[in-house]
Design a protein around this ligand. Sequence first.
Ligand code: HEM
Length: 386
Amino acid sequence: MNWERRLYLAAHPLAYPLLRGAARRGPAVRVPGVGVVVNDASAARAVLMDGETFRKDGPGSPGDLWTPVLGPSVLLNMEGEAHRALRRRLTELFTPSSTEELCARVLAEPLARLRDRLARGATVDLVAFSRVVAGTVIGEVIGLDVRDEADVRALFERGERIAATVSLRTRRLSPSQVARAREVLDPLGGIAARSYAAGDESTVMGRMRALGLAPDEARGAAAAFFLTGTETVATLIPRLVALLADSGTLGRVAADPGGLLDRAIEEAMRVATPTPVMLRSVHRAAEVGGVAVRPGDRILIATHNCCQADGAFDLDRSHPPELRRLWFGAGPHFCIGYPLAMAEIRLVARTLLAAAPLRITRRAAARGVLIPTYRRLAVRTERAPA
Ligand code: HEM
């Protein structure tokens, strides 16, 4: 069994076989207790592009899950003009050049340490390292002082605790889950609010203020970035390295990162799908992948199934138009953190590839997590010491 499948089974021993089983039943299938499961990339894209019929706000929508914790206006539970207006203002926050600059600055030290350890022939756990990377970047975004690695680790663990309360079937958080999530997020909201109030435009929170966001909007955006932008990136990095090593293509990418690295990252995203499902609620009658849906129906886009239809990791695979970056969504809710995620992953991958050939010396799958990943992935270089 390949390692990606093992990771999914370790994270979701019961739900994963059911999810994959649904893929065999056609482009879309109604599953009692879950909703209409979409397994086909074209059908999924059609749902994502139609933000009027398939929504993330209102009664019975996925927004129900997060609104009690995050408040009513945090992008991922908004639709229509209010959503468009907030997005327009926020899109300027994460451009390819600003995210590259931010990541190069805050990751310079952790990456130098990584380079050093590899050069000394030490074994490095990429799971622990990727948590530091993702925590450092999101910490910087929300205005935390990210120089202390212990603080960054604690920040990452907070996010994990919230994510672990949600399963693939969760529709609503219980009052105690809401209370626990708030306990975790409130101090972060406080940090973000102070950074916003300081108004320094060289910081992301300061720029939000300059872009005209109200304090509550900025606080909500910070919480949303923290929830969506930490574990996704941290889990992808070790999985990318493992997929390259297992497919025997790590050396090829290391020899030509300029030409092959982005393709390798997107193909690893396709296979791993760090966000394996997306949710919508139906607001008017329609058809999805041949299944008639009614207002109030819940749609579960099985991004993972849509992406698995193309087969195992293959560096030379080109992605058909309907699949293009589906792992980051499509349409009005397309991942706003896409440039930030790519900038982080590229920097870490380049540092690791510069130490190629790499050997995976130990690995184990994580259990009890929402996003499948390794519990440990230890690597070291096989390059002779200089
Ligand atoms: C490997 C990394 C990542 C993956 C695979 C990923 C995936 C996704 C997907 C699939 C969506 C759309 C969900 C839907 O339509 O229901 C999304 C939305 C979003 N992502 Fe990401 N994401 C990643 C990293 C990040 C980062 C680093 C940030 C931090 C800024 C971020 C912030 C967001 C936000 C705020 C939304 C909601 C946008 C909206 O509703 O308008 N993501 N992401």
